[in-house]
Design a protein around this ligand. Sequence first.
Ligand code: NAD
Length: 331
Amino acid sequence: MLKTRFTEAFGVEYPIAQGGMQWVGKAKLVAAVANAGALGFVTALTQPTPEDLAKEIQRTKDLTDKPFGVNLTILPTITPPPYAEYRRAIIEGGIKVVETAGYKPQEHIDDFKAHGIKVIHKCTAVRHAVSAERMGADAISIDGFECAGHPGEDDIPGLILIPAAANKIKVPMLASGGFGDGRGLVAALALGADGINMGTRFCVTQEAEIADSFKQQMVANDERATDLIFRTLHNTARVMKNKVSQEVVAIERKGGAEFKDVQHLVAGARGRAAMENGDTEDGIWSAGMVQGLINDVPTVKELVDRIVAEAEEIIEGRLQSMISRYAEAAE
Ligand code: NAD
């Protein structure tokens, strides 16, 4: 059993979370994560309306009795969502933990806390983690440059970002970005985190409701198969390298690009359509460098059990044997 401040604070068996993932964080996956003993999050903005989110929360409850949460992402969008209404659906849905991500979470944290909901704020900079803690966040998910989706603009990899945040943060902390196996979990704990958050790795499981071709592509890809788009728009996103991402990068390289120049390529609706018709080349798809560590499509339970078993074996076996007093005792 791996007990950490995260498992204690959030009442889950394992120090593993499946954070928000646009188009992927749906009932079937989230319930499978909960049933496997980790903490899953339904992605609020994947649902077209707050009413649909209420239904997705109910669908998840029908599939698990274990705790799960909802992610609410606050980043630039083509059509700004009605955040207050999404918050009402979360509160009225009886959700006990929310993952916020993105800019200026104060009003969201205040509303959730006023309703007894714990908040994990995901962010990509130590200064943002410190201010989220000051705003009342119950935990921080610190997201390194390796991550899928939006890594921020500072480009600090987890090896530095996680311990730098641990030096400043008092509440429990998840490490996010680049995690996919037991070695990563042990490394995160060593760097000062209380658990890991995984996105891309959970996309490549049997329960993730995405086209099999996308899962197979992520298995085939190595760690170099991502592109950074929106760099010049200061809204950097790490996505799976494909024809569309390369086109966006080429437009940005010419200089002076505005969002409208790439909107037709990057619209979430186009990515979702590509995902539905299975064409991995036809839209933007968030994926992290951890693709280089993904070699199979297990069930969520197989994945979680494997990560925990591997982590325990590393701690009790490989690491402990390096300390001479344990090695001598074993002789
Ligand atoms: P969308 O279709 O509205 O936008 C597609 C992409 O363009 C998103 O990455 C968005 O941030 C970006 N974008 C939109 N307007 C922009 C602008 N004016 N300037 C610069 N960039 C702009 O978004 P969607 O795909 O429907 O996703 C909904 C929400 O989920 C967005 O906030 C998006 O950022 C977020 N998301 C987060 C992740 C993640 O890894 N955290 C991954 C995918 C999407």
